[in-house]
Write a new protein. Sequence first.
Length: 264
Amino acid sequence: MLELYHNDMSTCAQKVRLTLAEKGLEWKSHHLNLRAGETRTDSYKKLNPKGVVPTLIDDGTVIIESTVIIEYLDDAYPEPPVKPGNLKSRAQMRLWTKQLDEGLHTDIGTISGAVAFRYQTIEGRTPEELAAHMAKIPDPVRRERSTDTNTHGIESKFFAPAIRNYDKLLSQLETALTEGPWLAGDTYSLADIAYTPYLTRFEHLMFMGMLDERPRLADWYKRIKARPNYQIAIGDWLNKKYLPLMAGKGAEAWPRVKEILAAG
Ligand SMILES: N[C@@H](CCC(=O)N[C@@H](CS)C(=O)NCC(=O)O)C(=O)O
């Protein structure tokens, strides 16, 4: 039996649910509330020392890190495959997922936190409670970044560089899609799965203006959303409380995003 510790709106968890849905696998859900700090408890950190979702358990074996989890799922449950058969395309797929793991995932955390999620994190906590909540983040670099975005919002020193990194990434995705319909070779793969939640996050934050000059990427996202696994893994899990906050605060932040992009 597969079990997944996850969160409805988490990008990394969405990647794993997309893979599970693509393969038609059954799994047991353990939903954790991130704003309440449910990943930061000592008992959860025994499963996932970084105190983050997702964590997969397959027949008693604990597997962490979303990219590792989705590769594992494809190895352990090969049908239908979501790694390209062609090894050069497979290497390309891994370059895409590596890029996310090496920084772009952190950037989306910065962007989402600075624009919208900080309001949920701050709400109902005294300054002391907020400090205690942040102190439970095991990684000091992540803790500093998160504290800064909670405190300064879109004026955080981390916000503009994160937006610029995403702008570069979207250009790279647009260029890659001149080669074919999917990001790594001729077939839908873990690269497409891995990037889907990041486009969805931009959609929820009302930042889709960043796709105005990127027609191939806009078309890719339309095709991605029409796939059955999108509805099962993302659509059915959307948190109705988050969406208005993300849309409202995102629309307020959009002029600042445009300013950052115009400044280059
Ligand atoms: N590298 C990790 C990153 C996981 C991660 O950042 N998870 C976020 C949600 S997308 C989380 O659980 N945050 C909870 C917290 O920081 O308290 C992976 O790919 O699994």
